[in-house]
Design a protein around this ligand. Structure first.
Ligand code: C2E
Ligand code: CA
Ligand code: CA
Ligand code: CA
Length: 401
């Protein structure tokens, strides 16, 4: 996850008795609580936070600030207290009082120490250590913790196995029109069914897969799986969006290659949207435009993903034959709290409309957020308010519902 801020902190929170409470409080329980922290922190010191559900009983809380290291430490301290308060309050499951404990691993990053992509892994090493010391332990990562290199090496081996043993799975998150809340399609999101750690989010492994030079292999697997699914879906109007990594776009004959796979499953490219990050577009405008044009010519749609985060200039957007703009979740989180964020998001919507593009807001979590983007005539919405990413069986049920 790219962040421009200088100082980053990451807390990985493992909820020791989550499975037990999960059934009565629902999956949203942890998210809801952690978002509460996120909102509190936004109001402090110009910080940004984001919460991810990493696995069934694991969350990460990313905190970033453009201010100094001390500010970051203060923010982390506030978050620790809130996490403590939230999770140590009393919960009842079937009239029985349940005590919840968390273990937390923390890693901080400033200008000149660690590499950002490793933040999660470092925090995870600290978390594993905290777990060995028992529930209720918070541990901050430090460089002396020996097993970082090992952990990474082990992960490479495990990813090899994941490819061989087919441990990857696609989850699908629904998208709806804002006007009538009609289901239009899904975004395919990759998960790793890790034999010990459970369902893992792409933040755990995508950067390692990239370092292993295997993003292409993964991308091919994703594309073929989506085509297979599309061919089986009970409704031919449903479209699926696929995330395409920058390296994939650069492979020779990319369009031809995708088209062959789609043909093999008798799936029309019109049912597939390719989501590209802004950073994928930055190398050379002419080259990018040529590749996108080829993809468009054979029928694929093109979405610019996480729009607003990168440094794409307006000119780029005017010149590219993209069909869709996706507003990044980091703007949506703040549209109800912060005028500046609201203004940026609103101008993205207006700009997209002017360019005749479809505008999709991602990460819609609350009715208030939905109300704002609906008033702006944003075309589609995607987010936990409407549905989380779900396994294929649930996707099919939703289509038939
Ligand atoms: P993305 O493309 O921006 O995908 C949206 C992410 O936001 C997903 O995280 C989704 O689960 C999450 N999300 C959606 N709605 C909400 C919400 O209301 N609240 C919150 N808190 N989160 C929400 P996920 O699935 O963990 O994916 C993370 C990133 O990994 C994706 O970000 C995408 O960049 C990448 N990714 C996922 N699948 C693939 C893939 O098959 N290929 C490639 N190259 N990248 C992928
Ligand atoms: Ca995406
Ligand atoms: Ca996105
Ligand atoms: Ca995003």
């Amino acid at each position: 996850n790219k962040q421009q801020e200088k100082n980053l902190g990451l807390m990985v929170i493992d909820v020791c008795s989550f499975r037990e409470i999960n059934e009565s409080y629902g999956y949203e329980f942890g998210d809801a609580l952690l978002h509460d922290i996120g909102r509190q922190l936004h109001l402090l010191e110009n910080s940004k936070t984001s919460v991810y559900h990493l696995a069934s009983d694991k969350f990460s809380l990313m905190i970033s600030t453009s201010k100094d290291q001390q500010t970051l430490e203060k923010l982390i301290d506030v978050s620790k207290k809130r996490v403590e308060e939230i999770f140590t309050s009393t919960f009842f499951v079937n009239d029985k009082q349940v005590q919840i404990k968390v273990c937390v691993g923390i890693c901080c990053l400033n200008d000149n120490n660690l590499e950002a992509p490793n933040l999660l892994r470092f925090a995870d090493v600290a978390l594993e250590k905290a777990k060995t010391e028992g529930p209720g332990t918070y541990i901050v990562f430090d460089q002396k913790m020996s097993d970082v290199a090992n952990a990474q090496e082990q992960l490479v081996g495990e990813i090899e196995t994941a490819f061989e043993e087919n441990q990857f799975e696609l989850y699908y998150q629904p998208k709806f029109t804002t006007a009538s809340q009609t289901l239009t399609g899904f975004e395919a999101l990759i998960r790793w069914n890790h034999p010990d750690k459970g369902v893992l989010s792409p933040f755990y492994f995508l950067d390692i897969v990239e370092k292993m030079n295997r993003l292409d292999d993964l991308g091919n697997w994703v594309f073929e799986s989506v085509c297979k699914q599309l061919a089986e879906l009970p409704n031919e109007q449903i479209r699926i969006a696929i995330n395409v990594a920058p390296v994939q776009l650069k492979t020779p004959n990319f369009t031809q290659h995708l088209l062959e796979i789609a043909n093999q499953y008798a799936v029309l490219p019109q049912r597939i949207e390719l989501e590209l990050l802004e950073e994928a577009l930055l190398t050379s405008i002419d080259e990018t435009r040529a590749i996108l044009k080829k993809l468009r010519d054979v029928g694929f749609s093109i979405a610019i993903d996480d729009f607003g985060c990168g440094s794409t200039s307006l000119q780029y957007l005017y010149k590219l034959p993209a069909t869709t703009l996706k507003i990044d979740r980091s703007f949506i989180i703040r549209i109800c709290e912060n005028n500046k964020a609201q203004e940026i998001a609103h101008s993205i919507v207006r700009m997209g409309r002017k360019l005749n593009m479809k505008v999709v807001a991602e990460g819609i979590e609350t009715k208030e957020q939905f109300e704002v983007i609906r008033q702006w005539n944003c075309d589609e919405a995607q987010g936990y308010l409407f549905g989380k990413p779900m396994p294929v069986a649930d996707m099919k049920k939703l289509i038939l519902a």
